[in-house]
Design a protein around this ligand. Structure first.
Ligand SMILES: Cc1cc2nc3c(=O)[nH]c(=O)nc-3n(C[C@H](O)[C@H](O)[C@H](O)COP(=O)(O)OP(=O)(O)OC[C@H]3O[C@@H](n4cnc5c(N)ncnc54)[C@H](O)[C@@H]3O)c2cc1C
Length: 284
């Protein structure tokens, strides 16, 4: 199906793009177009104006900023997956990006676009949650920072205002170890997550001093597994099973085409355990 007709603006700067958004309520930003265009073709979304930020220079860099890694708005999944810097400090994100879609999607889709899209089964939001990412949004009044824990509001809804653009994702270099593991909709690691879990842990004297766990695919939005985080803190590797058992505290599990509530609940625990085991081993 063809999308409804729309005005197309190729913005030359973020300021110009924000201006178009602010003066055209209902306008949508396009980065890689990997989700926006299919939604428009299916007529799930029919914006009157599309603001393409894909030609703006200087937004496609991954930079070491000392205590955090800066990932620009136009950094593609493939660049995240192949970055040695991200592999060293944010393994969970590298893994999630490398299992996002197929090579075409990874070569075109952007990390910031996927975070802003906030799909309930997307991979990278779980990693952003576990790694304690900060989102930098730019709107008519300037920039503001949003913690990942506050960013994913509901299915396909982020904390961004309609006239804001996610210009950067910041990943803190917190030490420790992290991992992402998932069951994809087509089995293995391909496609959106039926259940996906990212875990970050820091270990001191054999026990977890701090940890964050992000779950995707099973509930209404990518979310922190607060029960598992509480259970894991202060425990050694033998605490992982108990922590996995609390993976769904505060999560409303959704039954869908890919699994019953019971099946997805089971998967959430299995993948929490697997992600924690890998993160714990990496941190040790
Ligand atoms: C065939 C296929 C398979 C896929 N498989 C997976 C998968 O396995 N796992 C997974 O997680 N995802 C998967 N995806 C989704 C895809 O990875 C992301 O949705 C995509 O990368 C989003 O980035 P984009 O740059 O293409 O965003 P776009 O499509 O350009 O935009 C998506 C949405 O986010 C908004 N947006 C984009 N960029 C910004 C920004 N900088 N600031 C504010 N709003 C913004 C747009 O307005 C739009 O609403 C798949 C997609 C396809 C087409």
């Amino acid at each position: 199906m063809y999308p409804r007709s729309f005005d197309y603006v190729a913005a030359g700067s973020i300021e110009e793009a924000v201006g178009v958004l602010a003066s055209n309520p209902g306008a949508k930003v396009m980065s890689g177009g990997m989700s926006l265009i299919p939604m428009m073709k299916l007529r799930l979304l029919s914006p009157e104006t599309v603001v393409d930020i894909g030609r703006i220079g200087g937004l496609d860099t991954i930079e070491d900023k000392g205590d955090y890694i800066s990932i620009g708005a136009l950094v593609r999944h493939g660049a995240v997956a192949s970055s040695a810097l991200i592999g060293e400090h944010a393994k969970a994100l590298q893994q999630a990006a490398s299992w996002t879609g197929d090579p075409q999607v990874r070569n075109r889709g952007t990390l910031c676009g996927a975070l802003a899209h906030a799909d309930l089964a997307a991979d990278t939001p779980a990693a952003a949650l576990a790694l304690g990412a900060t989102m930098v949004a730019q709107g008519p009044g300037g920039t503001r920072e949003i913690a990942a824990a506050d960013f994913f509001v509901d299915s396909l809804m982020s904390a961004l205002s309609p006239d804001e653009i996610l210009v950067e994702a910041r990943i803190p270099k917190r030490g420790g170890g992290s991992a992402y593991d998932k069951l994809g909709r087509r089995g293995g690691h391909s496609d959106y997550a039926v259940a996906g879990v990212a875990a970050w842990v820091s270990v001191s004297d054999g026990v977890v001093a701090d940890c964050s766990i992000g779950i995707t695919g099973v509930g209404t939005k990518p979310t922190l597994a607060v029960g598992s985080m509480e259970a894991m803190t202060g425990q050694g590797a033998n605490g992982i099973t108990a922590a996995a058992d609390r993976a769904l505290e505060g999560v409303t599990v959704l039954e869908d085409l890919y699994g019953s509530e019971a099946y997805k609940s089971h998967l959430a625990k299995v993948y929490t355990r697997r992600a924690l085991e890998q993160a714990f081993a990496a941190a040790g």
